[in-house]
Design a protein around this ligand. Structure first.
Ligand code: NCD
Length: 311
């Protein structure tokens, strides 16, 4: 069981919550390898996936996870919800609440939207990515993938490379790594760093090549052009030259270093195609882990046998 009712941010989860989720996900990995990938655990519970921002893998991953646990999954996207008719998020929340749904997974362009939802409904809320703030289940599946690939988390040096200032993935991954005793190192040009990188709780490095040979993991971020106010880099080509992962850089790294990416990838910008498809890339393992980790989150929040969280 978890100490929290919701999964809002990694920052407010305990290390025990994190390891409980990772350990529970291990058992769901086995279910996902069976021919019949379905458990009756959440039969009769209703999970609403409210995705008000574009998403492929996160939305599908939550949907598959809820279906594999036999919950009733209902999906709303921005264009299929009444928000296009001008309904406020508060009214959407009250409507869903009146329909007695048990869990809402929300992705929203505004930081804090999941919190707002939690304030006006009783359901368990899972943050599926809120603006530039956090994306906690992504960080959990990333930890899960690192632990499976490298056999441990404690002491790992994880370079998070690229658009630190607009990235909710980095926003969750930095505290998640710290919670499990790994060392996050944020790496990127000054134009893609937040105003005060020193308060992130990570080592801050502006050049990739110097630090590359010390890393156990190179975690490549997508440049969030849709969130940047102006062009934050001179060109994609220059960015790839200074911060992109490619065959040459891979050769300069530790032979056991793995390459990660949350997707969607911009091939040729933050990661070259040959690296993305190489055995050193665990991008598809991350996607695979995503389903098991989200099953674990749903199972632990909605409660298999005794109906809920400890708190
Ligand atoms: C990320 C997101 O939406 O924040 N993608 C994801 O959830 N897998 C990263 C991104 O869009 O770059």
């Amino acid at each position: 069981m978890l100490s929290c009712k919701h999964i809002m941010t990694v920052s407010d989860m305990t290390t025990k919550d994190i390891t409980t989720i990772l350990d529970t996900a291990e058992s769901f990995m086995e279910v996902n390898e069976r021919r019949i990938k379905k458990l009756p655990t959440l039969r009769g519970r209703t999970v609403v996936n409210l995705f008000l921002e574009p998403s492929t893998r996160t939305r599908t991953s939550f949907e598959i996870a809820s279906k594999r646990l036999s919950a009733d999954a209902i999906n709303f996207t921005a264009s299929s919800s009444a928000t296009v008719k001008g309904e406020s998020l508060r009214d959407t929340a009250k409507t869903l609440s009146a329909m007695a749904c048990d869990m809402v997974v929300i992705r929203h362009k505004y930081a804090g939207a999941p919190q707002m939802l939690a304030e006006c409904m009783d359901a368990h809320i899972v943050n599926g990515g809120d603006g530039m703030h956090e994306h906690p289940t992504q960080a959990l599946l990333d930890l899960f993938t690192m632990r499976r690939s490298l056999g441990r988390l404690e002491g790992l040096r994880v370079g998070i490379v690229g658009d630190i200032c607009h990235s909710r993935v980095a926003g969750s991954l930095v505290p998640a790594l710290r919670a499990v005793g790994a060392t996050p190192i944020v790496i990127g040009p000054p134009t893609l760093m937040p105003a005060r990188p020193d308060i992130l709780g990570a080592e801050v490095v502006y050049a990739l090549d110097g630090v590359l040979p010390t890393l156990d993991v190179a975690y490549m971020l997508r440049v969030q052009f849709e969130r940047a106010e102006a062009m934050p880099i001179p060109s994609n080509r220059e960015y790839a030259k200074l911060y992109g992962m490619n065959g040459k850089r891979l050769a300069a790294a530790r032979p056991e270093m793995i390459v990660m990416h949350p997707g969607p990838m911009n091939r040729g910008v933050e990661i070259s195609s040959d690296v993305a498809d190489s055995p050193r890339s665990v991008v598809l393992d991350q996607v695979n882990a995503g389903v098991a980790v989200r099953m674990a989150v749903m199972y632990l929040l909605l409660g298999g046998e005794d109906g809920g969280v400890a708190a």
